[in-house]
Design a protein around this ligand. Structure first.
Ligand code: ADP
Length: 255
């Protein structure tokens, strides 16, 4: 059974693709309120780990628990309803929707939204629509997107596009947010803003697991860091401990 405050628990998770073992007996425990860093050389299995946790891949072996519930085999949609959200390495934004419309469509899919519809029936859709719009405005404010609400994301600086993706992932108030290389392609100022936003997401009660290559960002943001190499966990601990670990240094230099 899960310990006190454990939100995500992986036990001996293995993921095989034909001849390749992308994850080999991975165990890790993330506590409620953490910002956990996942680092490791290219091809070490980080994205595969996220794909297993978020239900895109069905683990070949091992157990994954989210809030105490076994989730291996559950579809991404179901996991979203249980309170899991993620972003992808490559932005997945639409070319025909404004920033506000991105948030409105995301909000329209959340369970809360459907609850409101039910509660407000028979006044119906109109009232529900009002709540939806108000929530979208809140998200715009919270993520500093209000000035760009009517713009198409692809016309905006990359750092702002990333923020749209974050806002969209946060629309359902998830318990767990998985971020796959959110700082890739950002400049220094944008990275600093991102760090601030991720910190505030955690402070608002969402646990964060973040795959990130930028070590200074990992060091400043993460309470604990898990290091993968060739599909195995080779270190797990405080950022300073992990950075000084000879096996970790070897894994990076060995390539
Ligand atoms: P990282 O995110 O650390 O760069 P990945 O998780 O993307 O690493 O990849 C780990 C290994 O798993 C790589 O060798 C990759 O080619 C392989 N892999 C990932 N997804 C698939 C897949 N769908 N089919 C086959 N091999 C895959």
């Amino acid at each position: 059974s899960a310990g006190e405050g454990v939100l995500l628990d992986l036990d001996g998770v293995t993921m095989r693709f034909k001849g390749l073992t992308a994850l080999d007996q991975v165990s890790l425990t993330v506590h409620e309120g953490e910002i956990r860093g996942i680092v490791g050389p290219n091809g070490s299995g980080k994205t595969t780990l996220f794909n297993v946790i978020s239900g895109l891949y069905h683990a070949s072996g091992g157990t994954v628990r989210f809030g105490g519930t076994r989730i291996v085999g559950m579809r991404p949609n179901r996991l979203a309803h249980l309170g899991m959200a993620r972003t992808f390495q490559n932005l997945r934004l639409f070319r025909n929707l404004t920033v506000r419309e991105h948030l409105l469509t995301a909000l329209d899919r959340t369970p809360t939204r459907w609850a409101w519809r039910y509660v407000l029936w028979p006044f119906g859709v109109q009232h529900g629509e009002k709540f939806l719009r108000a929530e979208a405005e809140q998200l715009l404010d919270r993520f500093g997107l209000a000035p760009f609400a009517d713009a198409i994301p692809y016309s905006l600086p990359y750092g702002i596009q990333r923020r749209v993706e974050l806002a969209r992932a946060m629309s359902a108030h998830p318990r767990l947010l998985l971020l796959d290389e959110p700082a890739a392609g950002l400049n220094g100022a944008e990275k600093a803003q991102l760090a601030e936003i991720v910190g505030s997401i955690r402070d608002s009660g969402t646990t964060v697991v973040i795959i990130e290559h930028d070590m200074s960002l990992v060091m400043s943001l993460c309470g604990r860091v898990t290091v993968l190499a060739a599909g195995q966990v080779i270190a797990d601990g405080l950022p300073t401990e992990v950075a000084a670990n000879p096996q970790v240094i070897e894994a990076y230099l060995g390539r």
